[in-house]
Design a protein around this ligand. Structure first.
Ligand code: F6R
Length: 609
């Protein structure tokens, strides 16, 4: 999704903006641009280009003195990706520049009204409307400052925005505003940064102010003032963020995807660290804000998320049911919010999100809360919109995930659900000895994941063979079915192979028709009560000349078990089985020459509907 970055201070702004934009690249984009105030009597200069940042860099003047500017990476929504539709957008006099992350839903009405007044539009974007609205306010009320003009303009807007605005007549000033799209300020010494993403500014300052919904901030080298839509001042002191700037570098790995797969050893240590209580064989999850009595009153658990977060939630639901015997299920957040869901008093809701900014998940949280339900968050991004909206929760502490596809946060979420399952189970019927077995299984994970990562060359060999196909099936039962979904999602996202996941039991009810030499199957076969059934599914596939690769566990008998996973407790097995699936997708994508970290058409954080 789009990213915005801005700076006002003493340093030369162009290198800072370009560095910020590079840090935003991972979110996915199709064009980029910057606007700066240059010269001693500052004049607005705008540079923008379709395609990768290099195209923009090629258009920039070699020497330019400017210490205030804004930048943007665009992911097209209104209007195709081209130079004209790229941000920043300006008013007719080219004095005001705007960058915008989000969608102006009433853009067509506003555009029609402004056009009727004779204003000519350059682009097809919704964002250009904002620049003209600000100019219109300044014409109607010449005495107002830029902040007021932005406020009055935004009062007319329906939709979501994280915007940065500047006006050459108010040099060394930026106005930032947010509603429904993330935006934060970075506070330095006589300088201020603004960005939609911590990664774009964390190298320069770790003092951060998260803007709230409806905030409008005025930034100058002297400091910042935050006001509300009603022009009331809102005091907000910076917080120190712990984010490690190294998370935003590849650190010698060929791709962020591979780096993040390898980080899972440390990530699992962090998500579990300090949360396992060996004495009482339980988990310490104070952030859930639940008393023992609250916990006992929970009759049902419902988990919401999108994409891989939904798949992790589905496995998490099984984990909780297995351990705590509380009925539990997961649902895609967008489906949930639009079906007028019944919210029951004794149901506890969880929302899962890596970014903490996924629009549909946030809207589902708000829907539950509007009806009086309690929602707890399982979120990676500290201080993100979903984390702040929830009534409690736990952070994954997985560090920044830069690759578009989620890997380390997928397994971290599964580990978080093991903790939650244990926490509820030990407040009910799970015995101390069964609890200890879970604690020990979780403690083993980092070592087991290290061993699996050592097998990566073997997965690369399988990948070479899978990469020849254009279609693939993934099958499994129970948690294995959801892992099949995750394996197929990863493969299609980064290698563009058409992949589908089925419950192994469903194969014979239809999909078998497509099994042949050209459609291989990846089968998930954990060492459980269903081994024999899984092996007979494999036999059915092979009888139709389908090639099969098994992600198998321990002593599972199969002549196809090329991707072996060690024996483990049933609740940690899905975490271990996810590793070969991630590495398989990665190596297949490499083999097919795909852009692994930034797959086509995808964005890291989906902040629009
Ligand atoms: C898949 C993937 C997406 C995200 C989904 C939700 O690899 O990354 O499916 O899982 O867009 O994102 P978050 O977790 O940020 O809410």
């Amino acid at each position: 999704m789009c990213g915005v970055v801005g700076y006002v201070g003493q340093q030369q702004v162009l290198p800072l903006l370009l560095e910020g934009l590079r840090r935003l690249e991972y979110r996915g984009y199709d064009s980029s641009g910057v606007a700066i105030q240059r010269g001693s009597k500052p004049q607005l200069a705008v540079f923008k280009r379709q395609g990768k940042l290099e195209n923009l860099v090629a258009t920039l003047p070699a020497k330019v003195r400017a210490t205030c500017g804004i930048g943007h990476t665009r992911w097209a929504t209104h209007g195709e990706p081209n130079d004209v539709n790229a941000h920043p957008h300006t008013d007719a006099a080219a004095q005001i520049a705007v960058v915008h992350n989000g969608i102006v839903e009433n853009a067509s009405e506003l555009r029609a009204r402004l056009q009727a007044k004779g204003i000519e539009f350059q682009s097809e974007t919704d964002t250009e409307v904002l620049a003209h609205l600000v100019a219109e306010q300044q014409t109607l009320l010449p005495e107002i400052d830029l902040t007021t003009a932005v406020r009055l303009s935004l009062k007319q807007v329906v939709g979501a925005y994280g915007i940065l605005v500047m006006d050459e007549r108010e040099p060394q000033t930026l106005v930032a505003a947010r509603l429904g799209s993330p935006l934060l300020l970075g506070v330095g010494d006589k300088e201020l940064f603004a960005a939609s993403d911590l990664g774009a500014l964390v190298r320069h300052t770790q003092q951060v102010v998260y803007l709230e919904e409806g905030d409008i901030a005025t930034l100058t080298p002297k400091g910042y003032v935050i006001t509300t839509m009603d022009a009331q001042i809102r005091q907000a002191l910076p917080v120190t963020v712990a984010e490690d700037a190294e998370s935003f570098d590849k650190n010698g790995f060929a791709h962020f995807t591979l780096k993040e797969i390898h980080e899972q050893v440390d990530v699992l240590q962090r998500v579990l660290g300090g949360r396992l209580d060996e004495r009482f064989a339980t988990a310490r999850l104070d952030g859930l804000n639940l008393s023992a009595k609250d916990r006992l009153g929970v009759r049902r658990i419902k988990i919401l998320g999108c994409g891989s977060a939904f798949i992790a939630a589905s496995i998490g639901a099984r984990t909780i049911e297995r351990l705590a015997r509380i009925p539990c299920d997961a649902e895609p957040a967008a489906e949930f919010r639009y079906r007028n869901p019944i919210i029951e008093e004794d149901t506890l809701y969880f929302a899962v999100s890596q970014s903490g900014e996924t629009f549909d998940t946030l809207a589902a949280v708000q829907e539950v809360q509007r009806k009086g339900g309690t929602v707890l968050g399982i979120v990676n991004n500290v201080g993100s919109s979903i984390a702040r909206a929830c009534d409690g929760g736990l952070y994954l502490h997985a560090g920044a995930e830069i690759a578009v596809v989620s890997t380390k946060t997928f397994t971290a979420t599964l580990a978080a659900f093991c903790l939650i399952g244990l926490y509820f189970a030990r407040g009910r019927d799970l015995s101390h000895s069964e609890g200890i077995a879970v604690v020990q299984a979780l403690q083993l994970l980092p070592k087991q994941v290290t061993q699996l990562l050592e097998q990566a060359p073997g997965y690369a060999t399988v990948a070479k063979q899978v990469a020849r196909f254009d279609h693939a099936y993934f099958v499994g039962r129970n948690e294995g079915y959801y892992l099949a979904m995750e394996g197929s999602l990863k493969l299609k996202e980064i290698s563009y192979i058409h992949a589908e996941a089925y419950a192994a039991s469903e194969l014979k009810h239809g999909p078998l028709a497509l099994v042949s030499e050209t459609t291989p199957t990846i089968a998930l076969v954990p060492e459980d009560d269903l081994v024999a059934k899984n092996l007979s599914t494999i036999a059915e596939v092979k009888a139709r000349k389908g090639q099969v690769w098994v992600v198998g566990q321990g002593a599972v008998p199969s002549d196809n078990a090329q991707m072996q996973v060690m024996s483990a407790h049933p609740i940690t097995t899905p975490i271990l089985m996810a590793l070969p699936l991630q590495l398989l997708a990665y190596y297949v994508a490499l083999e097919r020459g795909c852009d692994v970290d930034q797959p086509r058409n995808l964005a890291k954080s989906v902040t629009v509907e």
